[in-house]
Design a protein around this ligand. Structure first.
Ligand code: PMP
Length: 458
């Protein structure tokens, strides 16, 4: 009998202290490869990291271990990383998988896309993007400095400089490379970078590339940051503090006022990634720092253009001196083809729409409040998130794993965050509300969640 024929409780834990619960009496739930026992519930990213540090194995053997685990999990229908949406980004979609285990034509409610304002489906945005492809061709051909830049790129840069009150702005092809390229250009081996513990991988990778000292401070804790500034800032040549305005794993808003006020006591540059607030916090969507009145204390403002503007790209706004320094020093800026004309066109039109009309922001917040309100009514634990990123915490990792399987089978496509990415009892489902979701999507989703929860806890 195939594993997927067996009703099983699947754990996504890889912790020797915890018993993996698999109600499977016919098939083994462990396979071996190159001396590694792979449990059906093992977190594949965690295993990949573990084998990458094993000096007894070469690259081919490491890959074979990870691939064997993937095949094993696909066969058991518990591998979530090869799913995709047939008709791409929208509030509803048919979910397929590379391994072709998901074959149903049933539409799922889609909750894992960051298109907060729903402008990815806006007819004006699509029309202008098409117009830009006609005018400027499909690709940029080379990097911004080597001749790939066009007039729409420059208009986007000028827009952000004015919007955030900074002297200059520069575009990267993605948000990831904006963080990677800017941080690695600014700091070096005699410098210290203090980051919030929940900062995105692109920030951490930027610090690693720079060879500066990386020191995380406790999540959203300005007191811990102050202690670390007190203790270490005198020991380094330069200090850079990097935070996000809203954190993607929790939906928590950062204490931006308290953190920026530390500039009165210590000498550091402040870098804020507004990926999850630009477009829907503050007047005309200028973000959380603008809303809280501390944007002038921020030296480097950054956001991705893949979320509220429904396209791709990253923008960095700062002084003209810093901008020049980044432009001539950052490898991801210098040696990467820039944003394609069609993507740039979508960004430009989305910026025009979100600053002239608050309809999309209003729908997004109405949807967010309605969704969170209904979840709280049903007794789900959403902690202190206020943003359109809505987590549902489940402290029991086995129940979380079962819940993921159950809701997917009943038509919800979303992400979950589990150990070892977060603590063992800090696992959660994560929903991203957009202006494209309807009241019906929200109500039906909450009903599916509630029935699934009742079923697995009965
Ligand atoms: N910063 C943050 C806080 C993010 O959440 C992300 C992506 N989710 C990025 C940067 C990278 O942006 P992009 O996916 O547009 O490259």
């Amino acid at each position: 009998m195939l594993l997927h024929d067996v009703k099983q409780a699947v754990s996504i834990i890889d912790n020797p202290d915890i018993k993996v619960v698999i109600n499977n009496d016919s098939d083994s739930h462990v396979i071996s490869k190159h001396g590694y026992d792979l449990d059906i519930g093992s977190q594949i990213g965690f295993i990949a990291k573990k084998v990458s540090q094993d000096k007894e194995l070469n690259i081919q053997q490491r890959s074979e271990i990870v691939h064997a685990l993937k095949d094993f999990q696909i066969n058991a229908q518990v591998y979530p990383y090869d799913r995709y949406i047939k008709e791409a980004s929208n509030n509803l979609g048919v979910i397929l998988s590379r391994s072709e285990t998901a074959k149903s034509e049933k539409k799922h409610y889609v909750w894992n896309l960051n298109h907060y304002l729903g402008l990815n489906r806006n007819p004006e945005v699509i029309k202008f993007s098409q117009e830009c492809i006609r005018r400027y061709g499909t690709g940029s051909g080379t990097s911004m400095v080597a001749g790939g830049m066009n007039e729409i790129h420059r208009k986007i840069e000028q827009f952000f400089s004015k919007y955030w009150g900074k002297e200059e702005s520069i575009i990267f092809p993605t948000g990831y490379t904006a963080n990677l390229g800017t941080i690695s250009a600014l700091v070096g081996q005699d410098d210290l970078v203090l980051i919030d513990k929940e900062c995105h991988a692109s920030i951490i990778d930027g610090v690693k590339l720079s060879k500066a000292q990386l020191l995380p401070f406790r999540h959203n804790d300005p007191i811990d940051l102050e202690k670390k500034l007190q203790k270490y800032s005198g020991k380094y040549h330069n200090v850079l503090v990097v935070i996000e305005s809203v954190y993607s794993m929790t939906g928590d808003e950062a204490p931006v006022v308290e953190i920026s006020a530390l500039k009165n006591k210590f000498n550091f540059l402040l870098y804020v990634d507004e990926a999850h607030s630009f477009g829907f916090y503050g007047d005309k969507g200028r973000g959380l720092c603008y809303e809280k009145g501390c944007i002038n204390s921020v030296d480097i403002m950054m956001t991705t253009l893949s979320k509220s503007t429904g396209s791709a790209g990253g923008i960095v706004s700062c002084s003209k001196e810093l901008a020049t320094y980044i432009q001539v020093k950052s490898s991801p800026y210098l040696f990467q083809a820039c944003l394609s004309p069609g993507d740039a066109g979508a960004v430009y039109k989305a910026l025009e729409i979100l600053t002239r009309d608050t309809t999309y922001q209003d729908i997004l917040w109405k949807n967010t409040n309605h969704f969170r309100g209904k979840l709280l009514e049903k007794g789900f634990d959403c902690r202190n998130s206020k943003s359109p990123i809505v987590p549902i915490y489940m402290s029991d990792p086995n129940k979380l794993a079962l819940m993921c399987k159950e809701i997917f089978e009943n038509g919800i496509f979303t992400n979950w965050v589990a150990y070892p990415v977060v603590g063992l009892h800090e696992g959660r489902l994560r929903f991203i509300v957009t202006a494209n979701h309807t009241k019906e999507d929200i109500n039906n989703t909450v009903e599916i969640l509630y029935s699934a929860y009742k079923k697995i806890t009965e």
